[in-house]
Design a protein around this ligand. Structure first.
Ligand code: DQA
Length: 149
């Protein structure tokens, strides 16, 4: 299985950015954990982070053509208003799981809406960077018996 771990704006600042909300782990720390899990399950992972909407859209389109089986996507603040990113996910047949480090549902009201979630398989929110791990497990379990997704 080939998975893309896609991170949107400001997630390059993980570890330094509001650690009381997003924790002390850096993006590199998280990528190391995911690479380890991936290697234990024969998953090929690619990591991509951008602060720019168009660059994220281009990477999603690329995933549609490079054999990617799933996208684990933290769109950052774009979650709450980027119809262009929603359309990008909706325009490809690659399934996506939305991830948030914080629990967006117990924060400001503007964070409680995701325009991306309706075109995703599901959403993982509030489990810290373990949300990415849980999303990888969700892809691994997908299609196995007793699983409806
Ligand atoms: C976030 C939540 C968003 O509301 C915020 O804009 C982020 C990070 C999270 O991972 O908790 O940048 O996606």
């Amino acid at each position: 299985m080939k998975l893309l771990i896609l991170n949107g704006p400001n997630l390059n600042r993980l570890g330094k950015r509001e650690p009381e909300i997003y924790g002390h782990e850096t993006l590199d720390d998280m990528e190391i954990k995911l690479t380890k899990l991936a290697s234990e399950h024969n998953v090929q992972v690619s990591f991509f982070q951008s602060n720019t909407e168009g660059t994220l859209i281009d990477r999603i389109h690329e995933a549609a053509d490079d054999g990617t089986d799933g996208i684990i996507f933290n769109p950052g603040a774009f979650t709450h208003y980027s119809i262009a990113l929603r359309d990008a996910i909706g325009s490809v047949s690659v399934p996506a799981i939305e991830v948030h480090i914080s629990n967006v549902h117990n924060r400001e009201s503007f964070r409680q809406t995701s325009v991306i979630a309706p075109v995703c398989l599901g959403q993982m929110t509030g489990f810290g960077t373990n949300g990415y791990i849980l999303a990888m497990h969700a892809f691994l379990l997908r299609g196995k018996e007793d699983c409806s997704i």
